[in-house]
Design a protein around this ligand. Structure first.
Ligand code: HH2
Length: 257
């Protein structure tokens, strides 16, 4: 899954794809490089971010989705209205980092469209989530949350076979907790749904390498995390640097046989 953030403030590529033409070109390039789907987002969820109004989010993403018409698209949004518009423009997957908790209409929009859905775990909200993340047992709590949100989605009429689950790397977790979630990914794969992991460029990668104030992680570190997640059963890897991730994952797949 390639990432195209149409935002001024995303943590690693803020401002890079703010012009619709640049964003669409990046999306097409990612498809060329082997992405199975491109995740387009118009609102940053970086730690501390405040969120944008629906009109602004639509203004950012609609021209990009129009220019990406024909490509497999995921819409990264927590707003039902944005998801609805994206689905009208043929997006195939709704990537809701709140797991259908932010907008009471989101479940219905996804159910009616028959789209795919990604449910992600987050403790707290982007404004506060990194202040003091606490768990007794992070992997089992994340698994229990995702199991509960999966049930909620299915009860709302979304087909179970259309749903993927995501531990939400960096969303209310310490550095150690992020790595533990990948180490114990079997707890999530046991839920029987495809698991998506998005470790690309996240600050925990820079911090594990010794910089306690890092805001991002390097490409090499991102690839190591993606391959580790793949080897533990993740089947969708969300990444900014598609070509390099595809190459690394093809080699990891060849080794896995
Ligand atoms: N991470 C980000 C955003 N959306 N969606 C899923 N399913 N999983 C993730 O790990 C995930 C996500 C944050 O990364 P990015 O989009 O690069 O930054 P920002 O939120 O600052 O735009």
């Amino acid at each position: 899954m390639g990432v195209v953030n149409v935002t001024p403030d995303s943590f690693s590529d803020g401002g890079v794809h703010l012009q619709p033409a640049a964003a669409a070109a990046a999306g097409w390039r990612m498809i060329d490089e082997g992405a199975a789907i491109v995740d387009v987002g118009g609102e940053s969820t970086r730690p501390g971010s405040a969120g944008v109004p629906v009109e602004e989010e639509l203004r950012r993403i609609v021209p990009v989705l129009e220019s990406l018409h024909g490509a497999p698209i995921s819409i990264d949004t927590a707003k039902a209205e944005v998801a609805r518009r994206a689905l009208e423009l043929d997006a195939e997957l709704v990537n809701d980092v709140t797991a259908l908790r932010a907008d009471p209409e989101m479940a219905e929009v996804v159910a009616e469209s028959g789209a795919y859905l990604c449910l992600m775990h987050m403790q707290g909200d982007p404004r506060t989530m990194q202040q003091n993340p606490t768990y007794d047992d992070v992997a089992s709590e994340v698994a229990a949350f995702l199991e509960q949100r999966l049930r909620f989605a299915v009860d709302a009429g979304i087909k179970e076979e259309r749903i993927a689950l995501d531990p939400g790397i960096g969303f209310g977790k310490t550095v150690r907790q992020n790595f533990e979630l990948v180490r114990r990914l079997d707890l999530l794969t046991a839920l029987g749904r495809p698991v998506l992991v998005g470790f690309s460029r996240k600050s925990s990668l820079g911090r594990i390498l010794g910089d306690p104030t890092a805001d991002t992680g390097s490409l090499a570190a991102s690839i190591a995390a993606a391959v580790a997640a793949y080897e533990r059963g993740a089947t969708i890897l969300r990444a900014h640097d598609v070509r390099e991730h595809v190459e690394a994952l093809m080699v990891a797949a060849a080794v896995a046989g």
